[in-house]
Design a protein around this ligand. Structure first.
Ligand code: BES
Ligand code: MN
Length: 460
């Protein structure tokens, strides 16, 4: 499927690809922090330069916030087109003191490269660029026409990419979209992902008295916003782990028996998961397996909660305010906009009149299911088998890639390949994020193979 000389080229350049990844990872392109705007731009330019070296027509396109890198390389108008999507932005690296080596000083140990963005998503995204470089340098061409869309706002919910798709619908027309921004089922068990969860993310602010009060003078007469907030948070879920917001499960599509069977055939090791997480017991909805709860069932989590005095020693106050950030992972056919509304009305319905409540919406993205019967799936399976020497399993992922739903809706492209090269224990969003050098290499081989296998499947 892949010409030998391409494979040889990829093998011969392994070290150089790692050096390039390392260079990319040096840039602290944290999208959420305004202080990093210059770094974001630098990362975008890094991608532009790389694509230019490959001979792409490439542009840095401005948005209301972070730029989009957009490029194309037309090989032959009669060939099908693949669009590669990825993101050059990363999550904040904190807590900093938990990193063994600093997040933006990439470091290689035990067969992994450690840095923020190593797996999510710089390393995985780069596999396509290196694969194209190898194909171009030894064969002088690519098997498909290529469009590239690499954005800098994925980790903040892609707020400007939806409008960008609308405005550039024609330019972005494609036959298939490939995305590697997830993971294998487990290290060494490669997967094709056919489902992503959606996300509703809200912030609640509770205002009590105008300012922090002496708890001796006013204790007993004024509501404590932290107490009020905590009581409201505990009402979001029932004791069996189900979400208590009325209507939350209204449009949830139940798993089909065949799909449950397939998921239950996946090799799950709950003991290993508990050890990795350092917990004695897992939780969740009764009647659903761990994999089902992680990927095909909706959830609710408090991500952060604050208020009052948390410094050293004791300070006797009744705090003026408290706040919390709450996220809900959604599954087909829930809609983020509707869930946001249900969440807000529930909070307002249980909020006591002793405090003032403000709720703001931070992100919303809809869940996605991808048709598994399309020919591109088979081409992807062959490519993965080539790169990983194993047939992929089919999985859903619990995470969200906000733009994917809009690829389907706005670009009218249902042929979306979610091919994670990483591993669930890469530590995405955690301290000591890493990417296995072996997976990086396998990802590059699989990315190259994907071009050839897609070309074959379109030809026949
Ligand atoms: N790469 C992840 C998405 C992902 C995570 C896919 C786990 C498969 C498994 C992506 O970069 C991400 O973190 N997305 C955010 C989106 C949010 C910030 C809007 C997420 O899922 O939290
Ligand atoms: Mn991420």
């Amino acid at each position: 499927m892949v010409p030998d000389k391409v494979v040889d080229e990829i093998s011969a350049n392994r070290q150089r690809y790692v050096e390039e990844l390392s260079d990319f990872l040096l840039i602290p392109s944290v999208s959420t922090e305004p202080d990093h705007a210059a770094d974001i731009r630098q990362a975008a330019i890094w991608v532009v330069n790389k694509l230019q070296k490959l001979g792409f027509h490439v542009e840095l396109r401005e948005t209301a916030r972070h730029p989009v890198v957009c490029g194309h390389l037309v090989i032959d108008a009669s060939l099908p087109t693949i669009l590669i999507y990825g993101h050059y932005d990363v999550q904040p690296p904190d807590p900093l003191d938990e990193w063994i080596t600093p997040p933006f000083s990439p470091s290689i140990r035990d067969g992994h490269i450690y840095a923020r963005g190593a797996t999510d998503n710089k390393g995985q995204c780069l596999t396509y660029l290196e694969a194209m470089e190898a194909m171009l340098s030894v064969t002088g061409r690519l098997p498909l026409n290529v469009k590239v869309l690499i954005e800098g706002e994925e980790e903040i919910g892609s707020p400007n990419l939806g409008p960008f798709l609308q405005e550039n619908q024609e330019y972005l027309q494609t036959d298939v979209i490939a995305i590697s921004d997830g993971s294998q089922f487990a290290s060494g068990i490669p997967a094709i992902t056919y489902g992503l969860r959606g996300l509703s993310y809200l912030e609640i602010q509770v205002q009590g008295p105008r300012f922090d009060l002496h708890s001796g003078t006013f204790g007993g007469v004024v509501a404590n916003p932290i107490q009020v907030l905590a009581e409201m948070m505990t009402r979001l879920k029932n004791s069996d782990g189900t979400v208590a917001i009325p209507g939350f499960y209204d449009h949830v599509q139940e798993l089909r028996p065949e799909e449950r069977q397939e998921l239950s055939d996946l090799p799950v090791d709950e003991v290993r998961v508990k050890n990795y997480l350092g917990v004695d017991q897992l939780v969740g909805e009764p009647d659903y397996s761990m994999v089902e709860r992680q990927t095909a069932r909706p959830t609710l989590d408090v991500n952060g909660i604050w208020g009052g005095f948390a410094g050293e020693g004791a300070k006797t106050i009744i705090p003026a305010k408290a706040g919390a950030k709450v996220s809900m992972r959604l599954v087909p056919n829930q809609r983020a906009a509707a869930i946001n509304e249900r969440f807000k009305s529930f909070i307002h319905s249980i909020a006591p009149s002793t405090v003032k409540i403000q709720i703001s919406e931070m992100h919303g993205s809809d869940p996605v299911l991808i048709d598994r019967s399309q020919p591109a799936m088979e081409a992807a399976a062959r490519a993965i088998e080539f790169g990983f020497a194993k047939k992929p399993v089919f999985i859903r992922e619990g995470g969200s890639i906000p733009i994917v739903g809009l690829f389907k809706e706005v670009l009218d492209c249902g042929s979306i390949l979610l091919l994670g090269w990483g591993s669930p224990d890469d530590g995405a969003h955690s301290p000591n994020e890493r990417f296995s050098l072996e997976d990086f290499h396998r990802g590059i081989c699989s990315a190259a193979a994907l071009f050839y296998s897609l070309e074959e499947s379109y030809r026949t």
